[in-house]
Design a protein. Structure first.
Length: 162
């Protein structure tokens, strides 16, 4: 199982780097904040994995990526209402992010099925749930932006309602 945790640590490290680069390249402030918020989730995942790797107990806390993203959009409502064209780079970043999260979910499912301890099972189960929320956020963003090219989706679509 150590190997799965080592791989997960590498995956989370890569995700943190990618989301930082995506935020830096995204011109729209809402998109930028979204990438930075997800990046903080990935940093927390990395910390939890590192603790498990060291054989320590993990206190995960009750965190909801979807709730965090809702907070971002509620706090930036005026920005959201500006209809800003998404660039191809921004669309590509959402597409890559969706794929990364999907691969993460599959990896954590496999790791969960092979986990030996209750601590590892609980951690991988939690990571699956959070990565599913990340995937939904990015997939919905990509779908909406590629269809209309507008950033105001959050007012009218399901992410705000849950």
């Amino acid at each position: 199982m150590t190997n799965a945790i080592e791989i997960a640590i590498k995956m989370e490290t890569d995700a943190i780097k990618f989301y930082k680069e995506a935020a830096d390249k995204t011109k729209n402030s809402v998109g930028k904040k979204m990438f930075m918020t997800i990046r903080e989730d990935e940093k927390r995942h990395l910390n939890m994995l590192t603790q498990i790797f060291k054989g320590l107990d993990v206190k995960a806390g009750d965190v909801s990526p979807m709730k965090n993203i809702k907070t971002v959009f509620e706090s930036m409502k005026n920005e959201m209402m500006k209809k800003v064209e998404a660039s191809q780079n921004e669309l590509e970043a959402f597409k890559i992010a969706s794929q990364m999260e999907k691969e993460g979910i599959e990896f954590y499912r496999k790791a969960l099925s092979e986990a030996k301890t209750e601590k590892e099972k609980a951690l991988f189960d939690r990571l699956i749930k959070e990565e599913k929320q990340h995937y939904s956020i990015f997939a919905n963003s990509y779908s909406f932006l590629s269809d209309t090219g507008n950033w105001f989706m959050w007012e009218e679509h399901s992410i705000v309602e849950g």
